[in-house]
Design a protein around this ligand. Structure first.
Ligand code: ATP
Ligand code: MG
Length: 413
């Protein structure tokens, strides 16, 4: 894409009322725009990152048998009365139409997927299965001060699994655990992300959160020095030893909950009487698990973990583009390179704007595409381009040829 065509621009300053690092950088770099507290527009650059994250998650969910669907945000009150959450859920947005009929704006989708499953599950032979979606959730968050980490409207991947018994749920739960690690690995934050024991609610002793250690975190976790599993502070008062390895040394860190997995048991299947007859003809209420990841929260977490005082530093896997060409008054040559790289399937942002070299360098560092290619008079004299690694600042010079550049990029991987 040509940067001159991008309708958004970088900004010198973030909005004064925005205190979080992720939102300050994402707004300044032109990835997001703040509509109001906790509500953001994803701009073209930001949407590209979001779609990369979405695809990583989709691949990992499909790999463990997830089936993608898409459920509505506007939901009937009756379903929420049935589970008791119409009154019990503090952060539920409720809307009324002209005839005084009330609806919920979905903060999560158990109330929709359970009656949906009931329409199709007739026999134990229909089990197990898991379904997931990418969907905007609405929650009346009172402390929406963490930028895109805590939205009032935000994109979530939510999966739900359905089983005949607990053993089968346990089995799927372990697969989900691994899939989640793969996701955080591919998004570049595996080293900072800890599987964390959290309170499990009614059904199981613990649920699991995936907590990424960073000073921007709202949660406090205790990381076990022996096995590197963590415990959320909210449950920690009762836990003296690590539930995994019985270790007793913990390190305290601030962390962001990027995802969580939960054994629901029959909490939502029972109110809707979602049940089947098992092989012996006995009635069994289905056992469920649920598995969430906030995509905006993940994107914001990557921004919190990977930035410096000049701007964002995207891991390749989620970067909006792989390569940023900066043309310093060498547009014919730069354009040639742009077309050749695009022809070879490389995602390129090409800074063809009429702007000073200083401005282009500063913007490129702010936007944070992993690889910058600098086409200048000086470099062209040697028939070379300069390749600069945004993360390390390392510079190298390669022959002015798309093939050479691609070779160089692949060698660095
Ligand atoms: P938190 O304790 O941070 O409020 P939660 O326990 O309410 O999170 P869930 O309901 O389990 O979160 O949602 C699943 C995932 O959705 C979370 O792990 C997180 O990644 C994301 N998420 C939850 N609330 C928000 C929000 N307000 N904005 C962005 N992402 C969110
Ligand atoms: Mg919450």
């Amino acid at each position: 894409m040509k940067q001159s065509q991008l309708f958004t621009k970088t900004q010198r300053n973030a909005p004064k009322d925005e205190s979080s690092v992720n939102a300050q950088l994402l707004i300044r770099a032109g990835f997001a725009d703040k509509l109001m507290a906790g509500v953001y527009t994803l701009l073209p650059l930001g949407l590209r990152v979001m779609k990369k994250i979405e695809n990583i998650i989709r691949e990992e969910m499909n790999a463990i048998g997830g089936q993608e669907l898409f459920m509505p945000s506007l939901q009937p009150k009756e379903n929420w009365l049935k589970t008791g959450r119409w009154d019990a859920m503090d952060d539920l947005y409720k809307v009324k139409d002209k005839s005084d009929r009330e609806f919920a704006l979905g903060p999560t989708h158990e109330e929709i997927i359970v009656p949906l499953a009931k329409k199709f599950v007739n026999s134990y032979k229909d089990l197990p299965f898991a379904a997931y979606q990418f969907q905007n959730k609405f929650r009346m968050e009172l402390r929406a001060k963490s930028g895109i980490l805590r939205g009032r409207e935000f994109m979530m991947k939510d999966s739900y699994s359905f089983h005949l018994n607990e053993e089968d749920l346990d089995n799927y739960y372990e697969k989900a655990k691994t899939a989640y690690f793969n996701i955080f690995d591919r998004a570049g934050i595996k080293d900072q992300t800890y599987l964390t024991f959290a309170s499990g609610g009614t059904f199981s002793k613990y649920s699991h959160e995936y907590q990424t250690a960073t000073p921007a975190g709202e949660d406090i976790i205790y990381i076990c020095g022996k096995c590197s599993l963590a415990i959320n502070k909210e449950i920690k008062p009762e836990v003296e030893t690590c539930p995994e390895c019985q270790g007793k040394d913990f390190r305290e860190e601030k962390a962001i909950e990027v995802g969580n997995i939960f054994k629901l048991g029959t909490k939502y299947s029972a109110p809707f009487d979602l049940s089947v007859k098992d092989e012996k003809g006995e009635k069994k209420t289905l056992v469920m698990g649920c598995y969430g990841i906030g995509l905006g929260r993940l994107m914001g977490t990557v921004a919190e973990v990977y930035h410096d005082n000049r701007g964002l530093i995207w891991p390749e896997s989620v970067a909006p583009f792989a390569v940023h060409i900066l043309s310093l008054n060498k547009n014919a040559e730069a354009e040639k390179l742009y077309n050749e790289l695009m022809g070879k399937g490389i995602e390129v942002l090409y800074d063809d704007r009429e702007a000073s070299a200083g401005e282009k360098f500063a913007d490129a560092d702010l936007i944070g595409i992993p690889c910058q290619l600098i086409v200048s008079d000086k470099n062209m004299k040697e028939n070379e381009v300069e390749i600069k690694n945004r993360k390390t600042g390392e510079k190298s010079f390669v022959k002015f040829s798309a093939a050479e550049i691609i070779k160089n990029l692949n060698e660095k991987k």
